[in-house]
Ligand binder design. Structure first.
Ligand SMILES: Cc1cc2nc3c(=O)[nH]c(=O)nc-3n(C[C@H](O)[C@H](O)[C@H](O)COP(=O)(O)O)c2cc1C
Length: 225
């Protein structure tokens, strides 16, 4: 049975795409996901420069799902070109969606410009990471104007399809999505992790994540897990 999907002008061999940050940060590990039937992949979010992220522990599983406060660690888009080349060599028929972020619109635009030189098929703008408030303030996706301004600025520097990744932690996600669309977004990625949340070690009487708070994803099924 042919389950090909054309999405944003790109051909995907089936309707599944790996979400950002989950199962790989290198080109080789992302290509490995395609050997297990991921039709396309999203890279870990890259900022302009290398970021260390939060100290460990950063990811925990619990009865209700997985909580994380990774803090957007990554090598920086300036240094990531090789990983995209490795990916394309190993998975030429599986679209690569490059996730980028920025503390400011200028940084975001600079990331998009650099990504133009890499073999990527689509951009995802991570406007919604919940674990870096102390450093970056409210995510762009909590504000219709920031979402629109950020999207519009990136639209000027690339013709590639763009998806804006939204936050579930807002009162009217549809409004934010419409502002992204008005600024030229081709798609919406729904959604980033929910939060903040905290797991507490009741014996130690303190939070388990080094960042104290994190955001969570629910298990898709089997709530007793
Ligand atoms: C360990 C971990 C790391 C993540 N890193 C990123 C990231 O770098 N960029 C991003 O946009 N989303 C990141 N996410 C969010 C996921 O891409 C996804 O949006 C989220 O888990 C909700 O989707 P789900 O309910 O299908 O799990 C991360 C999630 C987890 C659990």
């Amino acid at each position: 049975m042919n389950v090909n999907v054309i999405f944003c002008g790109l051909e995907f061999p089936n309707p599944t795409v790996l979400a950002s940050g989950y199962l790989g940060v290198t080109g080789a590990s992302l290509a490995n996901c395609t050997r297990h039937d991921c039709a396309g992949v999203t890279s870990k979010t890259l900022f302009l420069e290398e970021r260390k992220g939060h100290p460990n522990p950063t990811v925990l599983t619990f009865k209700g799902g997985m909580i994380n406060a990774v803090g957007l660690s990554g090598e920086g888009i300036k240094n990531a070109g090789h990983e995209f080349e490795v990916y394309k060599e190993q998975a030429p028929n599986n679209p690569m969606i490059c996730s980028i972020g920025g503390k400011s619109i200028d940084e975001l635009v600079e990331c998009a410009r650099i990504a133009e030189d890499y073999p990527i098929d689509m951009l995802e703008l991570n406007f919604s990471c919940p674990n870096v408030h102390d450093e970056m303030g409210r995510p762009f996706a909590c504000d219709p104007k920031m979402t629109e301004d950020g999207m519009r600025a990136v639209r000027k520097v690339t013709k590639k399809p763009i998806s804006v990744k939204l936050s579930p932690n807002v009162s009217n996600i549809g409004l934010i999505a419409r502002h992204a669309e008005a600024a030229g977004a081709d798609a919406i990625t729904a959604v980033n992790t929910m939060g903040p949340g905290m797991l507490i070690d009741i014996h130690m009487r303190r939070p388990i994540l080094a960042n104290k708070v994190g955001a969570w994803a629910q298990w898709p099924s089997n709530p007793s897990r």
